[in-house]
Design a protein around this ligand. Structure first.
Ligand SMILES: Cc1ncc(COP(=O)(O)O)c(C=O)c1O
Length: 383
């Protein structure tokens, strides 16, 4: 399994004094180009004034009011409504991706009256017990009502679909959860037509299909949501990370045609809190003013142009938009490359066998090109 948790590199981390745009500034006066962006959450750049000002205003108004309504919460709801595919309605705001995933499973159980779940191996849905059991091997606590199926890193599209249908035939599965592009597993993804088939198969057997767009949602791949472009609609849509531009926030949206099961969605201490709502409302308002698809197309072009030449049988570049993995066959080569680029003041997220590039949408093209060229130069020849 690949995961940021199993990083073989134990570098001394730089201490960050502050961050601005796509730069991190260290306490020893270095400036780093940030291609990690808070694990993909700071999509519009660190401390963007429009978002910082909104949160600062809210700081003097209210922080935590126990899920009561407030004007800022209404603004956040309205902003989400404007951006999610029309068939969905917002079911709730939470703080982390894990919470959103967990609550979506709970909702699916309440709606279907079933309590088994399936996920695709090597995905990431969060680190709660049930989420972990839907995507990782050797979880510390095993539960009996989950199963993992193979995804595109280890199976062809036909195998994915046939294994899925064989499992759904039991008519006991409440929900399938799918991360359309496995951002923590070297950006493996499948075709739009296979994703369509996955949704249709779920519907054929009365299983709800949950799309985990916690990382891919809100333009990370260039589309508002991957599911927005499919012919069929999943039942539940999860999104987080970019929604608060780094302020802890997540969301669960459901197909409006589903029966109301809101009683299955509990609150938590910080769900719907006004500070998160101000981050969400201001982030989405800013996003609406930016040419998001064009910005992401430019990022994709630069990354492909500069990094495609480094690929060979030992190094694979995989991804799209502003979500990429450089997968290394040799851990020594990965380690040497990573250590060198950190010394050259480039920050990336690193997994057990890859460098993961998650630039913010607003990164300067010159900074991105410089970072990609630095990565290119850092790869040692002695493979
Ligand atoms: C696709 C996906 N789902 C869920 C999660 C879990 O989110 P969180 O770490 O906020 O619980 C992540 C985190 O990286 C993710 O990438």
């Amino acid at each position: 399994m690949t995961s940021t948790m199993q990083t073989p590199i134990h570098e001394k981390k730089p201490s960050i004094s502050h961050a601005k745009g796509s730069k991190l500034y260290t306490t020893d006066n270095r400036m780093l180009i940030d291609l990690c962006s808070g694990f993909g959450s700071v999509f519009l750049g660190h401390c963007h004034p429009a978002i910082s000002n909104s949160i600062a205003t809210q700081l003097t108004s209210s922080w935590s009011i126990g899920r009561e309504n407030s004007p800022i919460l209404e603004s956040a709801h309205a902003a989400v409504k404007r951006i999610i595919p029309r068939r969905f309605s917002l079911a709730g705001f939470y703080s982390t991706g894990m919470e959103a995933s967990e609550y979506a499973l709970r909702l699916a159980a309440a709606i279907t009256g079933r309590n088994s779940f399936i996920g695709f191996r090597h995905s990431m849905h969060g680190k709660s017990v049930i989420c972990a059991n839907l995507c990782w091997e050797n979880t510390v606590i095993q539960v009996s009502n989950t199963q993992m199926l193979p995804y595109s890193d280890i199976a062809s599209d036909d195998e994915i679909l046939s294994r899925l249908e064989a499992t759904l035939k039991s008519h006991s599965i409440a929900a399938l959860v799918v991360e359309p592009i496995q951002g923590t597993n070297n950006c493996w993804g499948t075709s739009a037509s296979t994703l369509d088939e996955i949704v249709l198969l779920c519907h054929k057997y009365g299983t709800l299909c949950i799309f985990d767009e916690i990382l891919t949602g809100l333009f990370r791949t260039g589309k508002s949501f991957i599911c927005a472009d499919l012919g069929s609609t999943p039942d539940i849509l999860l999104f987080a990370k970019s929604i608060g531009n780094g302020f802890p926030s997540s969301a669960v949206a459901v197909d409006s045609k589903l029966p109301d099961a809101s009683s299955a969605l509990p609150g938590s201490t910080f769900s719907d809190n006004p500070l998160a709502a101000s981050a969400i409302a201001s982030t989405l308002a800013l996003m609406a003013t930016l040419p998001m698809s064009n910005l992401i197309a430019d990022i994709e072009k630069t990354i492909q142009h500069i990094l495609t030449p480094i690929t060979d049988e030992n190094i694979i570049l995989r991804g799209q938009g502003a979500l990429w993995a450089i997968e290394f066959k040799s851990s020594k080569q990965l380690k040497q490359t990573y250590e060198k680029i950190v010394k050259e003041n480039i920050m990336v997220s690193v997994t057990s066998n890859s460098l993961r590039l998650l630039p913010c949408a607003t990164i300067q093209q010159s900074d991105l090109a410089f970072a990609c060229n630095t990565i290119t130069d850092a790869i040692p020849y002695n493979k």
